[in-house]
Design a binder for this molecule. Sequence first.
Ligand SMILES: [Ca+2]
Ligand SMILES: [Ca+2]
Length: 339
Amino acid sequence: MKFPRKTLLLILFILISFILHPLTIIPLIKADITTFYPLDDCSVDEREPNNNVDAGGYLAIGSIGIGGHPARYRFFMKFDLTSLEGKIITSAKFRLYCYVSEGSKPFYIRKVANDSWIEETITYNDKPDTGDIIYTGAVGEGVGWVEHEHEDITTYVDEEKGNLLSVWYGPIDTSSYQSEKAYYRDKEYDGGSVKAELVIEWAEPISPPPDPLKLFGAGFNASMPYVDLYWTHNLKDTDFFEVQNSTDKISWSYLRQNTTTEYHDFQVVYGTERYYRVRACNFTMDQWFNSTWTDIDFEIVYFSEGGGIESVDMTPSIIMAIFLIVIGISLIYSVRHKR
Ligand SMILES: [Ca+2]
Ligand SMILES: [Ca+2]
């Protein structure tokens, strides 16, 4: 069985397209992780309500020693998040080095709106007000590095990015924390070797992919008709191109997700008009980022014996140009022959 040369070339082209398809490089956006350390950290002691107890080596919840006052300690921390201005926050957690862990009663992390407190002067009687709870833990979490992570912490970091962020650690039920406690190291202990951390994963804001440019299409009257579409793009921030077509520029049909800057539509019918549009798409951080659609282009594909290229947009212009040239030559000829 013999195939026409044109058909063989077409089959070869389709095969090469399928082979090249998985080789397309899809760019990925990488998130960064930054560890922030306390600008200020300090416990406040209910038993010494007017004394500042900074730099004691501890950040404490609960009481200390036998017969200690119930719920004697809470502590505050403040972080400078100005460098995160404009970033996308994807996760955040506190890490603290715990060296005393007794009991099982709950502790809480709460928002603190007022950032004007400083560790050198804060006291139990002169401490900022506290806000919403963003984490609930238990004092008996064990010694060593512990992590406190919750989506509410991430949300709070997102709210405070570009500013100072203050938090309060402590019990809510203050009546029975005599032997219920968690003690962590402060930033002054051992030269800050085990100071608290706020570990934040963030990414640069994502902009939509660049727009595809110069959409160009041509219809071919082969033994089966097809349309070749081409456009230009630098593939930056683009997972794929969405290609659509329409017969009326109103109702659009999805054709496929295309990873290269060309598309070959074999689902065309002789004598029909087709409009095409293409946009670049990028799925990042659980959401879609799409460029705008390209300008509308269209092709008319119709049957003619022997096939050949039908460059639809250009044909009327070429005919008009040839017509004008012929008229021009005729005029020049007739003027010269009248002399
Ligand atoms: Ca301190
Ligand atoms: Ca703040």
